[in-house]
Design a protein around this ligand. Structure first.
Ligand SMILES: [Zn+2]
Length: 338
């Protein structure tokens, strides 16, 4: 099994609206992910972005939410005694507790800060270091009495386009004894790759990407940051953590590296007038051929004429689209990383 960067060039030709002999050609690229073989469609045009959205009215109206400091200890549920006899787990300004509306076996929330709203340039590394540390503590304590819960996602859905009804910055930490679709595809393909090559896919990919230099951003400690060849979302940035498959084995250095990469990506999104995003850390224990991965994507920004970014391509054709050439994104985002 070889790491191949396969792509198809598609092109649409047409004449201008008022006719004439000129032919306008718009290219589209379909790329095949080297690991999952999933197709992504890179669209080479994008609707012009509007100005930065002013969140002050929305922030004012929704202040005093369930995650705000005056409510969080009164209105959020508490862990079972097996996980925390204190009910909730806090580190610095981050506080973790069970989700009132879980979507799995272990569904928790980590509120990242006391502030009800942050612009993307206001998220700090410290805030994610604390949020990730609380998440890791919750996962470790849960797995100590239920080791079958091996599959965990630590995700952030930020703002309405990202699927969050609550503005207040928070993480979702969800663990199950079965993987999600995405985790299943990652595991199966990593196992196949390992059986055929005797090496870890992510290590080999990083080596190749470093050599090519077109999509590799940088490394922060042993977290390697890069742009996917075949992204599954807009402005997708990935981090692969060398030597770890599960988030539970990370030390402080890796936690800081992840936090710094997230914050660098969000600062870039802010400068591009984006305001909504998702990320997921795919944490899987007991799979030696797998390596911990984080994916960060932007969503169509919240604005007065909001446009959903999931079209029939994504929801019915299972073909994901992106609107920036990955190599271009890599060039643009590199200066944002330390
Ligand atoms: Zn709040």
């Amino acid at each position: 099994m070889e790491i191949k960067f396969e792509r198809f060039h598609l092109q649409s030709d047409f004449r201008p609206p008022l006719g004439g002999s000129e032919v306008i050609s718009i290219p589209t690229e379909v790329r095949i992910d080297p690991l999952t073989k999933r197709r992504s469609r890179i669209i080479t045009w994008a609707l012009p972005l509007q100005d930065k959205f002013d969140f002050s009215k929305m922030t004012q109206e929704s202040k005093g939410c369930i995650f705000c400091p005056e409510n969080v200890l009164q209105k959020t549920p508490q862990f079972l005694n097996e996980i925390s006899s204190e009910g909730r787990i806090s580190i610095g300004g981050a506080i973790g507790f069970p989700n009132l509306y879980p979507a799995g076996t272990y569904g928790s929330v980590v509120v990242l800060c006391r502030d009800h709203f942050l612009n993307l340039n206001q998220f700090t590394s410290e805030l994610y270091e604390e949020g990730l540390s609380v998440s890791i503590e919750m996962i470790k304590r849960t797995m100590s009495f239920d080791p079958d819960a091996r599959y965990w996602q630590i995700s952030q859905n930020f703002l309405l386009p990202g699927g969050s009804s609550i503005l207040h910055p928070h993480l979702q930490v969800i663990g199950d004894p079965i993987p999600t679709n995405e985790m299943g595809w990652l595991i199966d393909n990593c196992i196949n790759y390992y059986q055929e090559n005797g090496t870890l896919y992510w290590n080999d990919l990083i080596k190749i990407e470093k050599g090519l230099g077109k999509r590799y951003i940088t490394n922060i400690g042993n977290v390697h940051w890069f742009v996917s060849f075949a992204p599954i979302g807009f402005n997708e940035v990935c981090g692969s953590v060398e030597g770890h498959g599960s988030i539970t084995t990370l030390g402080q250095e890796e936690i800081v590296s992840l936090a710094r990469g997230i914050v660098s990506t969000l600062k870039y999104y802010y400068d591009k007038n984006l305001n909504s995003f998702n990320f997921s850390l795919y944490s899987i224990s007991g799979e030696t051929s797998y390596q911990l991965l984080i994916r960060i994507i932007s969503r169509t920004p919240f604005q007065s004429n909001y446009l959903n970014d999931c079209t029939s391509f994504e929801v019915l054709q299972s073909e994901l689209t992106a609107n920036i050439i990955p190599e271009e994104l890599c060039r643009e985002i590199r200066p944002y990383f330390p």
